[in-house]
Design a protein around this ligand. Structure first.
Ligand SMILES: [Zn+2]
Ligand SMILES: [Zn+2]
Length: 601
């Protein structure tokens, strides 16, 4: 899930230029600052006043306040275009020293719709990095707003367009075929977005206007109090619930061959996390996994929440910060989960790696923090950081040359990436469609699938990505995990997914009866009436749902999207169209991905 910090960082921008007289009177530090520093600088004073005036008279400001309080996507762009130049101006005249005081004063001003503890915590966590990024970035203000908030088409700016080198000579497409009956199968467990909250406290306020609740203050009686086993509102998973779900999976799911595990271990208290907190989550959860699934190999990918601050993964060109502390811990911890020792060097370098899972099946685990718009370090340079895409191409070419099949795992689905990365990624998937037998992601917390289409024959489906639902119930979801049945392992296995089954914990019933109640939510082939789970079959499902937008298949798809927290009746036609559009959108900044879906009005 996208961190709340996007909103907070926006307010960090806003704070710099909206010091109003009320907050000045209430805060002696800021008053001093204004009197002794800023007022002396007439040019700065005039600029601040001008930005403040424009901000206060913005027709979108009220909309923004409402959007923030409702946690919807706000109209950021106007503000981005106002405040980015203001920040850069402050940096230019060397006034960054007082940013903290001014922003904290602003936090007090906006506390009605942004919790002050969250606001101040985020300012302290992100301030230094933000100033550094604005100082170092070669991008213009417009380009920054295009990257940060998609204010303009990223592809319109030459500096934001870049291409990796993809080998030609694409072999003719060989779509997957069903295996012979009775051929061996693989059973693969996929866990994602565990987000254990070690400070979870049953009975505390579950609706607290922070990114994470169910952990602070006194216990309160009635429905506002956090459930013992978890809560649908802004709350992460209690440790004992994680233990219980994992124990269920290890005991009930017989003969699991191996486990995909796609990141996001820490809770969502992103405004006050330290490196020590993140390392505690990593160690404790991975020890639990190793103990629960004692003889299984995990194939992990790193999430956006593992860093401190959340999302911030500096590239090697950033001199003032580095992420070695995390990558070394990941390499150590992932080794205890069964990863072979020869992956270590690659993990310590960039938290991506490749290894063989079975003879003929290669895994590529990617670090999508090097493509995520929330990783603000990329605003300094986003061109294929650490050469990860070029590295992936080399391994895909190696796999093609040696007759291997490849599974790709990562935390963010590639459509969550910055546009250039996402479009390059799409081209790579197209080029190696015969080699890539499956893609497995997390991050959204919802149950989704994504069909990749041919870039020339846009109706031909070429690859499948599965977005496995989260263990955390955040927000308004049941906790869940996924079992994939795959072709293999035998010589010339296709290693394609043949079916999948989702298991959910019914959180309402679990809290009501005070015992964990888990159930098979659905099996894909049966629920969606599919012959196989190949790209053409998923495309056919989309066609069937599209032709019967009010029908039961579409209702089921929405119910599963929420892990049966709700059913299809709460999703109207526009919501259903949006869901279909999701299923067809494999890359970001692709305005025509859903042109073939009617508007249903
Ligand atoms: Zn997550
Ligand atoms: Zn995530």
């Amino acid at each position: 899930m996208v961190c709340f910090t996007h909103i907070v960082l926006f307010f960090f921008f806003a704070a710099l230029s909206t010091v109003d007289t009320r907050s000045i009177q209430n805060n002696s530090d800021v008053e001093l600052l204004i009197q002794n520093r800023i007022v002396e600088k007439k040019q700065l004073s005039a600029t601040i006043a001008s930005y403040r005036h424009r901000f206060e008279h913005s027709p979108n400001f009220k909309k923004l306040r409402w959007a923030l309080s409702e946690k919807l996507t706000p109209p950021y762009c106007e503000f981005c275009h106002l405040f980015v130049p203001a920040i850069r101006f402050l940096i230019e005249i060397n006034e960054t020293i007082h940013v903290e005081n001014v922003t904290i004063a602003l936090c007090k001003d906006i506390q009605l719709f942004l919790n002050i503890e969250v606001c101040v915590g985020a300012v302290l966590e992100y301030k230094d990095a933000a100033i550094e990024i604005f100082s170092m970035s070669p991008l213009t203000n417009k380009e920054l707003c295009a990257l940060a908030f998609d204010c303009e088409d990223q592809k319109d700016f030459p500096i934001l367009r870049w291409n990796v080198t993809i080998p030609g000579s694409k072999p003719s497409p060989r779509p997957p075929q069903p295996p012979a009956s009775g051929s061996p199968k693989l059973k693969v467990l996929h866990l994602s977005d565990i987000h254990v909250d070690f400070a979870y406290k049953p009975g505390t306020q579950a609706d607290c206007h922070k990114p994470l609740c169910c952990r602070d203050g006194p216990t309160i009686p009635g429905p506002n109090g956090a459930g013992f086993w978890g809560d649908y509102r802004n709350c992460d998973l209690p440790y004992w619930t994680a233990q219980s779900i994992l124990r269920y999976a290890s005991e009930l799911e017989e003969d699991i061959d191996f486990i995909y595990y796609t990141g996001d271990l820490p809770p969502h208290n992103v405004w006050n996390q330290s490196r020590a907190d993140q390392l505690y989550s990593l160690t404790t959860i991975n020890q639990l996994l190793a103990a629960t699934f004692s003889n299984k190999t995990f194939y992990p990918a790193v999430g956006n929440h593992e860093a401190a601050p959340c999302n911030m993964y500096p590239t090697p060109s950033i001199r003032t910060d580095n992420i070695t502390w995390l990558y070394e811990a990941l390499a150590d911890s992932w080794a205890t989960l069964g990863l072979p020792a020869d992956t270590r060097e690659s993990i310590v370098r960039g938290a991506f790696y490749t290894t063989m899972v079975r003879p003929g099946l290669r895994l590529i685990s990617l670090n999508m923090n090097y493509c995520a718009p929330e990783n603000y370090w990329l605003f300094v340079n986003a061109t294929d950081p650490l050469g990860q895409l070029q590295w992936m191409i080399q391994w895909l070419q190696y796999a093609e040359d040696h007759g291997e099949k490849v599974h790709i795992i990562a935390h963010h689905p590639p459509r969550s990436c910055l546009a250039a990365f996402s479009w390059n990624f799409h081209q790579i998937i197209n080029r190696y469609e015969n080699t890539i037998a499956g893609q497995f992601y997390g991050h959204t917390h919802n149950d989704e699938f994504i069909v990749f289409y041919d870039e020339v024959d846009k109706k031909r489906a070429v690859s499948m990505a599965y977005v496995t639902p989260s263990l955390t119930p955040q927000s308004f979801l049941n906790p869940g995990y996924r079992i994939y049945t795959m072709d293999g392992a035998y010589e010339n296995s296709s290693y394609w997914v043949l079916d999948h089954r989702t298991v959910i914990m019914n959180l309402t019933a679990t809290n009501m009866y005070n015992r964990t109640i888990l159930l098979n939510e659905y099996e894909a082939r049966d629920a969606y009436k599919m012959e196989n789970l190949f790209p053409a079959d998923w495309d056919n499902l989309i066609q069937r749902m599209q032709n019967d937008i009010d029908g039961s298949l579409m209702s089921s798809a929405y119910q599963y999207y929420t892990k049966s927290y709700t059913n299809g009746t709460s999703c109207n036609r526009s919501c259903r169209r949006g869901l279909l559009c999701n299923f067809k959108t494999a890359r970001s900044d692709d305005p025509h991905a859903c042109d073939s879906i009617p508007s249903y009005y």
